[in-house]
Structure formats: C-alpha cells, structure tokens
Design a protein around this ligand. Structure first.
Ligand code: MN
Length: 335
C-alpha cells in the first residue's frame, strides 16, 4: 500500500470515528446573554435556562433541578458523562471533547460531554446550542459546597464559567443525606431562579445556594450568608494493588466547618437555606496597600552556580548546597 493511499484511508477512518478534520466547521458563537431583568409575567418569551451538574448527566439532582425550572423557562441540559465532583474549574484543551445525545430518566433529551463541568458550560456559550441563555443553573449537587469548598467545587465552577461568559448563574447544592430527597432543594432552586430573572445580579457576580438535608416541612427558611470556613479531615489512605504496589486514596471523614453566625456553613447546620453572593473579582483590595510597601527592586540576574562534584552513586545529593546558594543570593541582595 502506498503511503498516500494509507494516509487517505486513515483520513476516512478518522471521519468515521468523528475525529476532527483540520479546517472543519466552527460553530457560530451566540450573541451575548441578555441581562434584561423584569417580572416573569413581563417576559415576551420563556427564559432559556441552561442546566448542568458536576455529578454527571445521570445524577438525580440534575433531573430534580431541570424539572423544578421547567415551570419557569425552556431548559437545556448539558453535563459531564461521569461524576466530576471536585475537579474545580478544569478546562479541557489538550484533547477533543465528545458530546453525546442522552435520554434522561424522564424521557427528555440532554447532552453529555466527556469533560469537566466547565467544559459543558463552555460548549454551550461557544455555540453548541446556537442559542444564548438567560440563566444558568448548576446542581442540585449531592453534598454541600460551603466556604472553602467553592474552589474545589465543579458545581460552583460551572456557574462561575457562565458568569465569566456574561450570563446570570447560580449553583445549588444539598448536604449529604442517606436517601437523597431533593424536594426542598428543587423548590429553593425555583425561588432562586425567579429572583435572579426578576431582580438580576451583577455581571461580576454569581449566587451560591446550599440546602440542608431536611424534608420540605422541616426547614427554617432562607438566610443570606457570607462564605464560611471549612475544616477538612482528609486522610491519605494507602493500599496495595494485586501486584504489591501501593496506591493512594484521598479519604477520611466528611469535612466539618466553623459554625460562625452569618456563614453559609452555620445556616445549613441550623436547617436554613444559605444564599451567598460571590464576586468574580478575587482581588484582596484591602491588602494592596500592604503589598505596595514590599521591596520591589528587580532581583539580580541569576549567576550560574559553580559546578559541584556529582554525588557518589547511592549517596543523597548534597542538600546544603542549595542553602549555600540561596544565602549567597541573599547576601548579594543585602549589598
Ligand atoms: Mn458533585
């Protein structure tokens, strides 16, 4: 077989597999999301609501959220094909993304992507649906996302990605519950969605909601909160694989938190639905003045260290050498 024929055959095979071909079609990016907030009765069409969930396309929380928001607008579902909890704001750039049409448990159609929650939202805002969205709802996550959790949370990151794309968004999570009942969280989601569509939020803002694991009649209402402080209890668990090689789990008991009044953690502990406004601007504005008092002269150019004798085989590298080098540099700085 000639090389040229092999190349052509390979290309045909790639097409069959759906591999991207260089110079292929680029989807049209939809117009910027409309931020035209007013009472739902005054909308000239039903709001378009994008639904996602980091627990995956088959998660019960996603279905509960979609069903809760169907009363308010047209829902579009796109979510990771597997559980992507705690992947943070990961975005897939070094491999293609596969999107598959899926039938949800209620018979409706959604889309799964073999990527992160951020990828799912990115696809939507880069034109996968060829529509823009009036609201993005991420959840209902199985497990709270309070305080420091928000930097790990795929649920919050998905809403964050929507906010970066200029769309109003909220994340909603429910505390762990042995037999998840999303009844209360679903009603809370509808309340949040209506409020955002009617009152609006800022372009540099997203809303994070946490629902206690109680039944609908047992909650103590909503509380507007600030982010609390998590206390993680992670443990490194070492096990042996069948070949005797150790492998590791990050495990341990679920995180606790500092039960300070006014925080999301405290609200959920006290059976209230915590609603927190999160600003995209993470700048510590009150610390900038202190930072300006530091010594901002550029460091001296790096001088090549004097070659050292290589360590004898089996001998640990001479670690003191690194310290010597650093103190030399510090010495130069002082002069
Ligand atoms: Mn999750």
């Amino acid at each position: 077989m000639t090389r040229e024929r092999a190349r052509l055959e390979r290309r045909d095979l790639d097409k069959e597999r759906g591999e991207p071909v260089a110079g292929g079609a680029v989807r049209r990016r939809p117009s910027a999301p409309r931020r035209d907030f007013r009472p739902l009765s005054e909308w000239d069409r039903r709001p378009r609501i994008l639904i996602t969930n980091d627990d995956g396309i088959e998660s019960r929380g996603l279905l509960a959220l979609k069903q809760a928001l169907e009363a308010i607008g047209e829902t579009y579902v796109v979510a990771p094909d597997t559980n992507q909890s705690a992947v943070g704001h990961a975005k897939t750039l070094m491999r293609p993304l596969r999107v598959r049409e899926r039938v949800l448990a209620d018979g409706s159609v959604g889309w799964s992507v073999d990527g992160s929650p951020t990828d799912a939202v990115s696809l939507a805002f880069l034109g996968f649906f060829e529509e823009s969205f009036d609201l993005v709802a991420s959840g209902i996550n199985y497990g709270a996302n309070v305080g420091d959790d928000i930097v790990y949370s795929g649920t919050v990151s998905a809403a964050w990605e929507a906010a970066i794309n200029g769309a109003p968004a909220f994340a909603i999570s429910q505390e762990y519950y042995p037999h998840p009942d999303f009844g209360l969280a679903a009603r809370a989601a509808a309340t949040i969605a209506r409020n955002i569509l009617e009152h609006g939020i800022d372009v540099d803002e997203l809303i994070n909601v946490n629902v206690p694991a109680v039944r609908e009649g047992e909650h103590e209402g909503f509380e507007v909160t600030r982010l609390g402080e998590r206390v993680y209890q992670d443990e490194l668990i070492e096990r042996l694989d069948p070949r005797g090689i150790p492998y590791y789990w990050i495990g341990g008991p679920p995180p606790s938190g500092v039960p300070e009044a006014g925080t999301d953690f405290s609200a959920v502990v006290n059976r209230r639905i915590a609603v927190t406004s999160i600003r995209l601007d993470l700048t510590a504005h009150d610390r900038l003045a202190r930072l300006r008092t530091w010594d901002w002269r550029l460091a001296e150019p790096r001088v090549e260290p004097i070659a050292k004798e290589p360590p004898e085989p089996g001998e640990r590298p001479h670690e003191a050498g690194i310290e010597d080098e650093m103190s030399d540099e510090m010495e130069r700085e002082r002069r």
